[in-house]
Write a protein of this length. Structure first.
Length: 149
């Protein structure tokens, strides 16, 4: 399971020009579910994201988590995070989980974050979405449950 985590001042996602999720002062999380991902991968990433200390403390140092700052997360499914573009010009997405199972894990992941006291908004799985954000910093972190990076 892979995630791109961005600290944001605000973020929103729209489907057919209608906003379906939005947050202020929190995280924008793009989540890619891989074909071999399990509950263990979800637990690892959910705990990592909930506790990731990327928000400033009183001295301006990154010592606070999204929970510490009473922030929230906008979680967007993004199978393209498992795209492999090492050969040719067209990425291969064979490492991404098939859609029905991936949607189940995506929904479970959002629930896990909520159980860790991170209020969540989300996009619409499989829909064509327009995502808008104001990145704070900018701060962007790449995470992989297999710890490849």
């Amino acid at each position: 399971m892979r995630a791109v985590v961005q600290r944001v001042k605000e973020a929103s996602v729209s489907v057919d020009a209608e906003i379906v999720g939005s947050v202020e002062n929190g995280l924008l999380v793009y989540l890619g579910v891989g074909k071999n991902d399990t509950r263990k991968d979800m637990e690892y990433l959910a705990a990592k994201i909930a506790g990731l200390r990327i928000f400033g403390d009183d001295a301006g140092n990154m010592n606070r988590s999204v929970i510490d700052v009473d922030g929230s997360a906008l979680v967007i499914s993004q199978f393209t995070l498992h795209g492999d573009a090492r050969r040719g010009r067209r990425p291969s997405f064979t490492d991404a989980m098939e859609p029905v199972a991936a949607n189940e894990l995506y929904e479970q992941f959002v629930s896990m974050l909520q159980e860790l006291d991170v209020p969540c908004e989300k996009g619409v799985f499989g829909a064509m979405m327009d995502v808008r954000s104001v990145n704070d910093g900018p701060v962007t972190i790449l995470l992989d449950s297999e710890k490849l990076f």
